[in-house]
Design a protein. Structure first.
Length: 399
């Protein structure tokens, strides 16, 4: 029996593989937008399109004035997405960001300062300034803390980066950083921080962990914050008793501040936030321990503690919160939306005139995606990010 030399045999294998590659059909290029789902809600028909696909976990989204979509990624980078063709550009100018566990680069929110400042802080004939506010995990001595910052955008370059508040929430824990950002119409910025995986922080006013904070737009502390004169309390705190709030919004039509947060095993909450209020964690909770069927806390309700407007049992794991005021879906006006990470849907709840929660609807379950960030464009179309890296757009179906 004759044996071919090893080199000859290897060449034969290479030629065979090469022929397979040549004859194989070309891989289908991704083309955006791509229709992936159709549905209806309250008699309105919609189409869901995938408009982009990226690597990493898209954590926050904000539109630029020309309706490009800025997307933050937990891994510590930002991309600029063209919603019409799915093209992406990397944005530079970020500081070092500590990415581990649930920490990293988190929320982004756009603020046009001239329009959002109270009248006594505006300058006559001043040109509008667009700032982007961020929350991220800042490292120090092996620990990290949720930090609020802001910057301007020039092309694809962040400029004038400013850390506005490095919070007193440093920990080596990899969980419960929060964090979402909201602006009121009186020149203030709010942002949320989780308890940093240490439950007593929720009732400790000497730490920022487990709180929602309120600052002036430049990062200074408002004189009328509720704990400015409270001994041993941090003056930036607006409310406390929070476990891990990852949804936050201010409605300028009603002057209401809303938040949602992750409970433990069960007990996710939607809360109406007021100055100085205690939202209970870990004294009150509707959830159970992860290690057994034991209730967390002392009770579900208690005097001196504000009860949630809605509780989710089992948990849906809310990753965002948005109040819809767009024109594209009239029947959704004034309703709350949140992405559900665990139960994988878009959650919609109705708000009554007295700020109670009425009906609930679970949309887009067929996507089977961990929906996180939400945004609305100038047309009132709804945008969603998924932990798979996909970016979706929900628009009215053409007749």
């Amino acid at each position: 029996m004759r044996y071919r030399p090893l080199a000859t045999a290897m060449n034969t294998v290479r030629l065979a593989l090469l022929s397979l590659i040549i004859l194989a059909p070309p891989a289908k290029a991704l083309s955006f937008p791509e229709t992936v789902l159709e549905g209806s809600s309250l008699g309105m028909h919609y189409v869901v399109e995938r408009i982009g696909q990226t690597n990493g976990v898209p954590w926050g989204m904000a539109f630029t004035p020309d309706q490009q979509l800025l997307i933050t990624y937990r891994e510590g980078n930002i991309r600029l997405l063209n919603p019409e063709d799915g093209s992406l550009q990397e944005v530079s100018g970020l500081p070092p960001i500590r990415q581990y566990g649930q920490g990293g680069l988190m929320d982004i929110a756009r603020l046009d300062t001239t329009g959002n400042q109270p009248p006594d802080q505006r300058h006559n004939n001043a040109a509008p300034q667009t700032w982007y506010y961020f929350t991220y995990a800042k490292a120090h001595d092996g620990q990290a803390a949720t930090t609020l910052a802001r910057a301007k955008l020039s092309g694809t370059q962040l400029t004038q980066w400013q850390d506005l508040l490095v919070t007193q929430s440093f920990s080596d824990a990899s969980r419960h950083f929060g964090s979402r950002i909201a602006f009121d119409n009186q020149g203030h910025v709010f942002f949320s921080i989780g308890d940093r995986a240490h439950r007593p922080n929720g009732q400790d006013l000497a730490t920022h962990a487990g709180t929602i904070l309120r600052l002036n737009l430049d990062g200074s502390t408002p004189e009328d914050n509720p704990f400015t004169d409270t001994p041993n309390a941090l003056a930036e705190i607006w409310s406390f008793g929070h476990r891990n709030p990852q949804g936050l919004l201010f409605d300028p039509l009603t002057n209401r501040l809303w938040s949602n947060e992750h409970g433990p095993r069960g007990g996710d909450e939607i809360n109406l936030i007021t100055a100085g209020a205690n939202y209970g964690w870990p004294v009150t909770s509707h959830g159970k321990e992860y290690w057994g069927p034991i209730a967390v806390g002392e009770a579900t309700e208690k005097d001196g503690i504000v009860s949630p407007r809605k509780v989710y049992i089992p948990s849906i794991a809310p990753g965002s919160l948005l109040l819809y005021r767009g024109a594209a879906f009239p029947s959704w006006q004034g309703q709350l939306f949140s992405g559900a990470l665990k139960l994988r849907h878009l959650n919609r709840v109705e708000i009554t005139d007295n700020a109670s929660i009425a009906n609930e609807e679970r949309l887009l379950e067929a996507l089977e995606e961990r929906i996180r960030a939400l945004a609305v464009d100038d047309l009132g179309w709804l945008y969603l990010s998924a932990d798979s890296g996909a970016i979706y757009r929900l628009r009215p179906r053409s007749r």
